[in-house]
Design a protein around this ligand. Structure first.
Ligand SMILES: Nc1ncnc2c1ncn2[C@@H]1O[C@H](COP(=O)(O)OP(=O)(O)OP(=O)(O)O)[C@@H](O)[C@H]1O
Length: 256
């Protein structure tokens, strides 16, 4: 089938089963929010999908078994934004974003026209064009986050995995980013986004996977998964939940 198929995915780290029999499918053009408390296993799921962790179980993208393809082929199918925003050397923003094209290029080949277009598109989407020549080590936290997201977007892979992409972004850029991700899904990209901001998750995601202690505890529409009961039992919080223009609005209020 087209899209992502995950069946019985398990990850052990040390003596712990950090992911335990995770199964779900994501069809083309879905924007799926991964929510859950700290340590639930959300980042581990993304890292297993990109092959950064040893895992067991089935992982397929568009019918292709991810375990049977090279790292380069995998990188043409999956783009990944890690949670860490560290950039250790003073690479110019345009060169950082260009790294997203690596899976599409022959070793040492110059950037092709298609690469340059993808880089420009990604920088425009993340509003970092004006920072093109700035060393990444001289960016603010939010600017650095936007440059790193642009690098992932430049990869133009059919599956985009992003770990807390809105962390550190101002409210305007948070909305811009969620709109960019939505536009990508309209073009057929499948997006998995780890997100703690339940207001953004409810407003923008077409579906929510609730990760709890390494398993998928709930999988459904935001208004079904992000209920008062779930917010109380999983997060131990109360919230104001309303509907505006057909969208679920969530405002966390306090502890249960
Ligand atoms: N190298 C490791 N060895 C053992 N346990 C690990 C290792 N790395 C992560 N873990 C554990 O795996 C669990 C899941 O971590 P993960 O980063 O996937 O959680 P998360 O849901 O993304 O959390 P957060 O919301 O805090 O980002 C945590 O309990 C963490 O302590």
């Amino acid at each position: 089938m087209s899209g992502l198929v995950v069946q019985n995915l398990s990850v052990r780290l040390g003596r712990r089963a950090v992911l335990d029999g995770v199964s779900f499918t994501a069809t083309k053009g879905e924007m799926i929010g991964l929510v859950g408390v700290n340590g639930a296993g959300k980042s581990t799921l993304l890292r297993a999908l990109v092959g950064l962790l040893p895992s067991h179980g089935t992982m397929e993208v568009d019918g292709v078994d991810l375990r049977r393809i090279s790292a380069g082929e995998r990188a043409r199918r999956i783009a990944y934004l890690p949670q860490e925003r560290e950039i250790a050397w003073p690479i110019a923003v345009a060169d950082l974003v260009a790294l997203g094209r690596t899976p599409h290029r022959k070793p040492f080949a110059p950037l092709a026209h298609a690469d340059l277009e993808a880089i420009d598109r990604a920088m425009a989407r993340m509003d970092v064009e004006h920072l093109r020549a700035v060393p990444a080590t001289e960016l603010s936290g939010g600017e650095r986050a936007r440059a790193l997201i642009a690098r992932a977007l430049a990869q133009e892979a059919p599956l985009l995995l992003v770990d807390e992409p809105t962390a550190g972004l101002d409210p305007g850029h948070q909305i811009d980013l969620m709109q960019v991700l939505t536009d990508l899904t309209a073009g057929g990209t499948t997006v998995l986004v780890c997100i703690h901001d339940l207001a953004l998750a409810a407003r923008w995601c077409s579906r929510i996977l609730l990760v709890d202690a390494g398993t998928i505890k709930a999988d459904g529409l935001p208004e079904d998964v992000l209920s008062h009961e779930m917010l109380g039992s999983i997060y131990g919080i109360t919230a104001h939940i309303a509907e505006v223009d057909g969208r679920t609005i969530i405002q966390p209020l306090g502890r249960v």
